[in-house]
Design a protein around this ligand. Structure first.
Ligand code: ADP
Ligand code: MG
Length: 697
């Protein structure tokens, strides 16, 4: 066991930068920062991602080749053995009461400097046969010279590590400071919540995850920390929803079938069964005096916008105003354009509200919104800014809702007198997860695509087909079509050999796509510039758009027929599916091409994407294979992410967290009670949005 740092009482506190801790110099502090560890508290929250079970000690005599063994023994001899191929092996012979065994560390001759004759050591690893039994330690621990109190085994924590900072060093640092730091941790969760979840209190849980007696104990400690994360997210959602629902009643709209029927007759197509069903659910919500809070989820192209439009018209025929909020100006403009076309026969003209409106237009729009006249406003965040005042807002739709935070929802909803709210999402998730991510809401699902849509031909092509693939793309664009070429990163780096958007843009526009109009966008291009490029692409002024995943989800360019994705193994399946959704929107045959050599495992995963066009199936596979964090890819800016909890694997815990959040907020909706001061403080320090949601007054 490494020597314990002497605690200097009064010197150590949780918010202290890790550099002040003994054993952490500037270089280690920098490496720790890369792991998200800045303060002593962060260090505690840097929890092991797995454990090495060395808790059961095997007598040396019992070890057999082929088994995994853990021994405690004394080093009786040691040395470095050169091999013919130049590899140097450190070897030691260890002895316990039952016998002796050779341990061997290939390629680690430096251990000769730290492991001494006479040392007591704990080793764990596979046993093999090599001129006799030999143990190859995966892990070793020094136990000192005398064998007092070193009879028992250990469970060894393995930590997420980074370049220049091994998990062993991290383990040493945490172990050295654990006893000093643990007493400083104050419990902030209510006893009731802990009891309900059946998880240990904070200090105990931290001890358990970092220094467990058994694997099960490590898991128990982790469950507390996972519970806490889930609980916090449920608290935030419940609070946001409470604000949304604050006014007791919703509006009871009457289904007059005036504007809605007129739209139905004017539509150039008939609604799918799924659209009709979803609409019936929405109308029922709106007709009741309960406030609607519903999620409409459906694959790209499943026709969510029309459904929202019908709901908006229902509000309008009741004399109310309706609003559709989209995450970007481009999407808002796109909605405005399509809806203007659809509403023309009805004599209704939607009002566009974005940040870049000229001041005269903005004033005109503001005046209309502030009036009591029924209207349809389509816009961006501009709709929820302080200045935007609605005279009679009765219905709100939030498109691509995962790109907004919970506080945006609350704010949009606060713009009206208790408007009904419809959230829309193109990434379908199971109901239990929807509850975690959006709080309590009802869910409608469009699981059917409008008829007559052309499927997108999806293929995987190896590196050696690169030239042919690029020629194909060039040919398509010569025919007047447009193409996207997507890369996982913006710039090349020394750490990976990934092709990057910027470099490939240079290469492609000089070589294979010379003569075509090629443009580049990525996350570091300023937002207004990005919109300008996207607009030019939409208007057909750009043939090929080289980009990262920033290309708009939801952007509709019917003339784009090719989606070429490099390093497809770097993307989540749902993300790939979103990208594929950018093509196949017009009458022409469309293609999605995954280019590059990928490993067997990745190929198997990508096969699911190639073989199915069903967004639900893809989302499920994504959840199964990669967990929650990757489902929304980089788009998941609005919602909380989990570091420790996994809402899929921790479903039971998740349901308990939901119940605990409910009980907590029922007793103290503002978390204003003294007993809850700790949890309120903890929430605010972790989630910026908590500040807004729990702002008093
Ligand atoms: P998303 O669900 O991805 O938001 P949209 O609402 O943008 O999908 O719809 C995609 C396209 O499908 C739009 O051009 C829309 O007009 C069209 N569409 C919607 N419903 C139908 C339908 N029932 N039949 C045919 N086309 C439809
Ligand atoms: Mg849409």
């Amino acid at each position: 066991m490494p020597a314990r740092t002497e605690a200097r009482p009064g010197k150590i506190y949780l918010d202290m930068p890790v550099t002040y801790l003994k054993g952490v110099g500037p270089a280690r502090a920098e490496a720790l920062r890369r792991l998200g560890v800045v303060t002593a508290r962060d260090l505690l929250f840097h929890i092991p991602h797995r454990y090495e079970d060395a808790s059961t000690i095997n007598p040396i005599s019992s070890l057999e080749p082929g088994m995994d063994g853990t021994i405690i023994g004394r080093v009786i001899s040691k040395g470095i053995i050169p091999t013919r191929r130049g590899l140097r092996i450190f070897q030691a012979v260890l002895k316990d009461d039952t016998g002796m065994i050779e341990a061997s560390w290939p390629g680690q001759p430096f251990l000769d400097r730290t492991i001494e004759k006479g040392d007591m050591m704990l080793l764990t690893g596979p046993v093999r046969f090599y001129h006799g039994r030999q143990l190859q330690p995966r892990e070793y621990i020094h136990l000192g010279k005398d064998d007092e109190g070193v009879k028992g085994g250990k469970v060894l924590a393995v930590y997420p590590a980074t370049e220049g900072l091994s998990f062993k060093v991290i383990r040493g640092i945490i172990d050295a400071h654990l006893d000093t730091l643990l007493p400083l941790l104050k419990e902030y969760l209510p006893d009731d919540a802990l009891r309900l979840a059946g998880v240990p209190p904070l200090g105990e849980a931290m001890r358990m995850v970092h220094r467990p007696q058994s694997i099960a104990e490590g898991a128990e400690g982790r469950s507390r920390l996972a519970f806490e994360e889930l609980l916090f997210v449920h608290i935030l959602h419940r609070r946001a929803n409470a604000l949304v629902r604050e006014k007791r009643h919703g509006i009871a709209f009457e289904n007059k079938r005036e504007l809605t029927t007129a739209l139905k007759q004017a539509l150039p197509f008939t609604l799918t069964n799924a659209q009709t069903t979803a609409l019936r659910e929405i109308v029922a919500d709106m007709a009741s005096d309960r406030k609607m809070h519903r999620l409409l989820q459906g694959d790209v192209g499943s026709g969510k916008t029309i459904v929202a439009l019908f709901a908006a018209l229902l509000a309008m025929e009741n004399g109310y105003q309706a609003a559709i909020m989209a995450p970007t100006e481009l999407l808002a403009e796109q909605h405005a354009r399509t809806l203007t076309g659809l509403l023309e026969p009805l004599g209704i003209e939607p009002i566009l509200v974005t940040g870049s409106l000229k001041s005269a237009a903005r004033k005109g729009a503001a005046k209309k919104l502030a009036s009591n006249a029924p209207l349809l406003a389509i816009g961006t965040h501009a709709l929820i800014q302080e200045g935007a005042v609605f005279g009679r807002l009765g219905f709100v739709t939030i498109d691509e809702q995962h790109r907004f935070g919970v506080e945006h929802r609350a704010r949009m909803s606060a713009k009206g007198d208790s408007p009904d709210v419809l959230l829309m999402s193109a990434t379908p998730i199971p109901r239990s997860l929807a509850l975690t991510f959006y709080g309590d809401l009802d869910v409608s699902t469009l699981d059917e695509r409008p008829a007559g849509r052309q499927p997108v031909t999806t293929v995987m092509r190896p590196e050696k087909a690169r030239e042919r693939v690029l020629e194909f793309v060039a040919r398509e664009t010569e025919k007047g079509r447009q193409a996207y070429v997507v890369y996982p990163v913006i710039e090349e780096s020394e750490k990976t050999d990934l092709k990057a958007a910027t470099t490939m843009y240079e290469l492609l526009s000089a070589g294979p796509f010379a003569g075509r109009v090629v443009a580049l966008i990525h996350g570091r291009v300023p937002a207004d510039e990005r919109e300008k490029i996207m607009r030019a692409f939409r208007d057909g002024k750009i043939d090929i758009l080289v980009s990262t995943t920033v290309i708009e989800v939801g952007i509709d360019v019917a003339n784009a027929t090719v989606m070429l994705i490099e390093h497809p193994e770097r993307f989540g399946l749902s993300q790939l599916h979103q990208l594929r959704g950018r093509v196949g929107r017009g009458a022409e045959a469309s293609y999605c091409i995954l280019l590059g050599d990928v490993g067997d495992e990745a190929a198997e995963r990508l096969r699911i994407f190639v073989d199915t066009d069903d967004g639900f199936e893809i989302a499920r596979a994504d959840l199964r294979l990669r967990g929650m964090g990757n489902l929304f890819g980089q788009e998941q800016s609005g919602e909380a992410t989990f570091r420790i909890a996994d809402p899929v694997a921790d479903e039971a815990l998740n349901m308990k967290a939901r119940a605990a959040a409910e009980i907590l907020l029922e007793g103290d909706p503002d978390l204003a009670m003294r007993d809850n001061a700790g949890i309120r403080k903890e929430l605010s320090s972790r989630y910026a949005r908590a500040l807004e949601l729990f702002r008093v007054g």
